[in-house]
Design a binder for this molecule. Sequence first.
Ligand code: ADP
Length: 319
Amino acid sequence: MKKIAVLTSGGDSPGMNAAIRAVVRKGIHEGLDVYGVYNGYAGLMDGKIKKLELGSVGDIIHRGGTILYTARSEEFKKDKSQHEAIRQLKDLGIDGLVVIGGDGSYRGAAKLTEKGFPCVGLPGTIDNDIPGTDYTIGYDTALNTVVENIDKIRDTATSHDRTFIIEVMGRHAGDIALFSGVAVGAETILIPERTFELNDVVEKLNKGIKRGKKHSIIVLAEGVCSANELAEQLKEKYHLETRISVLGHIQRGGSPTGFDRVLASRLGARAVELLLQGKSGRAIGMQKQEIVDHDIIEILKQKDPLPEGVYSLSQQLSI
Ligand code: ADP
């Protein structure tokens, strides 16, 4: 193997740049030519591929977003488009591809591998919803952004004796909500992995009010419902007034934490090592501090579990 390429795909996440840098620098260190594919799979089909040098990835380890840009492409899901993508890579003599993205991007990487083009996947998403890794690149940064912002909202909740519903990202996963909720001492945490009765939520709020607690924070994962819907239900059914705050895209941006930079660097370097060893169709992750890799198809069949015990801890501490 002499030439490899790297792309970012799906939603961006802080630390993607650190991962790109690691792939490029490790690749060059190993004597490879490394190419960057711009705009994800859409750019791959269009041949937006450029050779990257050591300097191309200078001064980016601390930046959010992705210098390679990212995109979503329905077109790429067609066999014909995947063959076209492979042709673009082969025309440049590239024989390995590192895909940084979420589970949708992994599906794309699996399809290219099935068609004979070696790919490996790196988990780049703030949602922490990829099986086979304890953390995804960007999750730690997003968690810290959420914590910082809820702390600020808590000041207003306290000053005005209000109940706030704070909607956080995570798609179908509750990791950001659960961990930020524990970190800010939220009174209630609502995540899609656990069912709840609205009655219990209200009872808990009222219990707090009875013992003199006039403000509350409800952290709501977007995978449950929207903050608006929850606020309306609380008002209509229980005459409970709340304020809402939807944190939105601030959660996807910003300078990556030290943790995310090191994670991205370790995963990016391993991606190059695997391709050099002739391994493909692998999803790389970190489990118990070790860098590991699993069959990407198997990973796509699994469901990422919530870390044991954290939900029950959150219940015990928020009485
Ligand atoms: P993420 O990677 O963050 O989960 P998406 O689910 O939007 O984001 O997926 C990113 C891209 O991966 C899609 O726009 C599409 O180009 C590609 N992709 C997703 N699913 C498939 C699939 N089943 N086959 C081929 N490509 C796919």
